[in-house]
Write a protein that binds this ligand. Structure first.
Ligand code: NAD
Ligand code: UDP
Length: 342
């Protein structure tokens, strides 16, 4: 069975390629490399000892995408490709709507032309906006506070409309909480461009000496220690969730949505402590004002995925930090090779 992975050279996509290959699927990656490097895919091959096919194609280029479907016999698609920086989406909304929405519309059109109706879509916990309570269940009200979040919300609606129009579609929408960590080999991991927006790569870059000090965005939230609480999930657990979704889609027609989180909330200070333990260094930090748009606490009720996908996160916060640190210390400059290991 052949899985097309859009955005397969990205952070979550590359880890998912590893899990798909290890499970025995054939993998075809489509990525325009706007936020990733081809080197990632060589490392995926190194980790798995298996081949995958790569097409440097932009999803908005219908002719090139059609060519990929013509050449490969695709059975199902995992759709990661998209722009994901919240702040950038506020300053470049048209770019975000064009890339994320148009890219997905074209992907779906081409899938229909080739009779491929199985898709797993990367949604996000951001679609819950500011939830009234935690843990968050899939049936909670949805809202968005920025263009990035709105692309996810709109795409979920578009997928619902698509399913209503044609019941041949099988759609799994996965709402990720906060993926962090890296593959155990330390060969692949998160490699953000420029100064990281997210906390985990910021901490690892402070630990490795690339950044001076972490800013903690607010210590006066209504949470146990005053800092923001999130559901950090190991990227490998998240990737395995996609393999489970692909198994599910083959036997369960319809449209479904699942939270992929651990169900546990950790604060910024918990994360700093766990990371300090993993890298055996103090992480210098300074308290800063709250970041605009941030919420106090966000963590999943993950039992629906456990029940229906037979999936649950297995790796704890310490393991997430140890694995993130192995990747960052092996490759302080990410895929700009510092040294080759293995
Ligand atoms: P990433 O940026 O590392 O990966 C996305 C990949 O898509 C990149 O390799 C990029 O080059 C590619 N891409 C973007 N636009 C494209 C296009 N038009 N055509 C072809 N390729 C294109 O991001 P990630 O962290 O791996 O996230 C993957 C998906 O999961 C995204 O849709 C993101 O919105 C979603 N998500 C991520 C998080 C997170 O915290 N990382 C949380 C929730 C949801
Ligand atoms: N955060 C922080 N400093 C940073 C980046 C993030 O204190 O440099 C906090 C942020 O306020 C939130 C948590 O870390 O409480 C997770 O933020 P991130 O941007 O990683 O993910 P989000 O949940 O916002 O998508």
């Amino acid at each position: 069975m052949t899985i097309l992975v859009t955005g397969g050279a990205g952070y979550i996509g590359s880890h998912t390629c590893v899990e798909l290959l290890n499970t025995g699927y054939d993998v075809v990656v489509v990525d325009n490399l706007c936020n990733s490097k081809e080197e990632v895919l060589h490392r995926v091959k190194k980790i798995t000892g298996k081949e995958l096919k790569f097409y440097k194609v932009d999803l908005v280029n219908k002719a090139e995408l059609t060519e990929v479907f013509r050449k490969e016999k695709i059975d199902a698609v995992i759709h990661f490709a998209g722009l994901k920086a919240v702040g950038e989406s506020v300053s470049k909304p048209l770019e975000y709507y064009y890339n994320n929405i148009t890219g997905t519309l074209i992907l779906c059109e081409v899938m229909m032309e080739f009779g491929v109706y199985n898709i797993v879509f990367s949604s996000s916990a951001t679609v819950y906006g500011n939830p009234a309570t935690v843990p968050i269940r899939e049936d909670f009200p949805l809202s968005a506070t920025n263009p990035y979040g709105r692309t996810k919300l709109m795409l979920e609606e578009i997928f619902r409309d698509l399913y209503q129009s044609d019941r041949r579609w099988n759609i799994v929408m996965l709402r990720y909480f906060n993926p962090i960590g890296a593959h155990k080999t330390g060969l692949i991991g998160e490699d953000p461009k420029g100064i990281p927006n997210n906390i985990a790569p910021y901490i690892t870059q402070v630990a490795v000496g690339k950044l001076d000090i972490l800013g903690v965005f607010g210590d006066d939230y209504d949470t146990p220690d005053g800092s923001g609480v999130r559901d950090y999930i190991h990227v490998v657990d998240l990737s395995i969730g996609h393999v489970k979704a692909i198994e599910h889609i083959q036997h369960n027609p319809g449209i479904v949505v699942y939270n992929l989180g651990t169900g546990k909330g950790y604060s910024v200070f918990d994360l700093i402590k766990a990371f300090s333990k993993a890298c055996r260094k103090d992480i210098p930090y300074v308290i800063k004002p709250r970041r605009v748009g941030d919420i106090a606490a966000c963590y999943a009720e993950p039992s629906l995925a456990r029940k229906e996908l037979h999936w649950s996160a297995q790796r704890d916060l310490d393991e997430m930090c140890e694995d993130a640190w192995r990747w960052q210390s092996n490759y302080p400059n990410g895929y700009q090779n510092d040294k080759e290991i293995l």
